[in-house]
Structure formats: C-alpha cells, structure tokens
Write a new protein. Structure first.
Length: 100
C-alpha cells in the first residue's frame, strides 16, 4: 500500500482500483462481452473492436492487473475469461458504495 493510501480503507482502495480499470469504453465492452460467454480469444476481440492489437493488449492488461479477467495462453492465441470470483466481489463493492 502506498503511503498516500494510509488514510483509506482497503475496501475503498480496491473499489477505486477496479473503477479505474473499468474507466474506458473499450474495457467496458470487453467485460460485457466476457460476461455473456465463457471465454473469448484476444484475436476475436481485435476483429470487432476498431483499435490496434497493441491497444487492445493494453486494455486487457489493465483488466487483468486488477483481476477482473484472466488469460490462458493457447498458442498462438490467448484465451480470456471473466474472473467470476473477482467479478462478484466487484459487484458487491459497487452495490455497497452506491447505496451510501
């Protein structure tokens, strides 16, 4: 935990990190897509999103960093899935926050 985070609860910090990771329309699209199916290959996403593969990779990296998605390498592709446990935790955190 950063020194600047000492005044905040772990719950507040985690909620903010998840919100930041979700803070882009491409990432919201990725999460929405993965929530409707079991998994998706990064190549499939690059075919429907009008962005460079390197940009898509950065968005996937941000979502993976906070644990919202997980990826398995199945050469030559990477299969991404929603991390259901972290997704449920995220929903709980946001529900609690929005009911303040």
């Amino acid at each position: 935990m950063d020194k600047k985070d000492n005044n905040f609860t772990e719950k507040e910090i985690l909620t903010a990190r998840i919100a930041k990771a979700m803070g882009h329309p491409v990432r919201m699209y990725i999460l929405e897509t993965l929530s409707k199916q079991s998994c998706c290959y990064s190549g499939d996403l690059s075919e429907v999103l009008p962005i460079a593969k390197s940009t898509l990779s950065q968005h996937l990296k941000e979502l993976k960093k906070v644990g919202l998605i997980q990826g398995d390498i199945e050469a030559p592709k990477i299969k991404y899935c929603l991390n259901r446990e972290k997704w449920e935790l995220s929903k709980k955190l946001f529900k609690e926050f929005l009911q303040l």
